[in-house]
Write a protein that binds this ligand. Structure first.
Ligand SMILES: *Cc1c(COP(=O)(O)O)cnc(C)c1O
Length: 239
């Protein structure tokens, strides 16, 4: 069941409250933790309601699905739409037209494609590198100490239409959110190590980590952006 109107509004403020409390527990400024509303599977009307409740940052995980909704969202000034799912190279052109950011960059090849596509439509996209912290077969993202990651880092100066500014991860699922803590910590430590290298054309200011069931742990470990779907909108229908 998806939430609408007043229910959605009070849910958003309850979530913002939980974010603030988790930040305070960790001695952090709540304003340093962004809230992304993940609207995959929900209709454009739900996105508009969230916007009207003050939400500005949105995540979608499929190019085709968002392409079908985006026409209905043109009035949402100041809204930011991020592609947070695995992006296939052949969808790079469409993605560069409809998204402000690609948060799950996971290969050199994809970086080249997205950069070329962004150049064509004269846009610059914000980009996060997705890291597969758990080393899971079935998950996307590059391994923490891999040649592919080094390839992305060294390629960055060539990609004038991408702004690489941080890391993102989806850790292995554990029933107990505490199980994700180690992975969140590993992402933050990787980010610190990469930042210390002072590489050209890449910055490490964003740590996108934490979903509905584990976002408070992620905030305690340094997340600057939690991506929440279920916690805001209720359970998704399975597509
Ligand atoms: C769906 C999704 C989310 C949100 O998941 P919830 O558990 O509903 O909060 C966050 N990040 C990514 C990459 C997703 O695909």
């Amino acid at each position: 069941m998806s939430l609408a109107g007043p229910a959605l509004c009070s849910n958003l403020s309850a979530i913002r409250e939980r974010i603030a409390r988790a930040a305070q527990r960790a001695g952090r400024n709540p304003e340093d933790v962004g809230l992304m509303a993940v609207t995959k599977t929900f209709p454009a009307a739900t996105i508009i309601e969230a916007y009207e409740a003050g939400q500005r940052l949105f995540g979608e995980n499929r190019v085709q699905e968002f392409a079908e909704k985006v026409g209905a969202l043109s009035g949402m000034r100041g809204a930011q739409f991020h592609m947070i799912g695995h992006l296939q190279s052949n969808k790079a052109s469409k993605a560069a037209e409809i998204f402000h950011a690609v948060d799950a960059l996971d290969s050199v090849k994809l970086a080249e494609r997205v950069n070329a596509a962004a150049e064509k439509v004269d846009r610059t996209l914000d980009v996060l590198i997705e890291i597969n912290v758990g080393g899971e077969e079935a998950k996307n993202g590059v391994a923490p100490n891999s040649p592919e990651l080094e390839g992305i880092l060294s390629g960055a100066p060539q990609w004038q239409n991408l702004r690489i500014h941080g890391l993102m991860t989806v850790p292995p699922f554990t029933e107990d959110p505490e199980g994700a803590r180690l992975y969140f910590r590993q992402l933050r430590e990787l980010s610190d190590r990469l930042a210390a290298r002072n590489l050209p054309s890449v910055r490490f200011v964003v740590l996108s980590m934490g979903m509905s069931h584990d976002f408070e742990v992620a905030i305690e470990e340094g997340s600057t952006c939690v991506r929440l779907g279920t916690a805001i909108f209720g359970t998704r229908a399975i597509l």
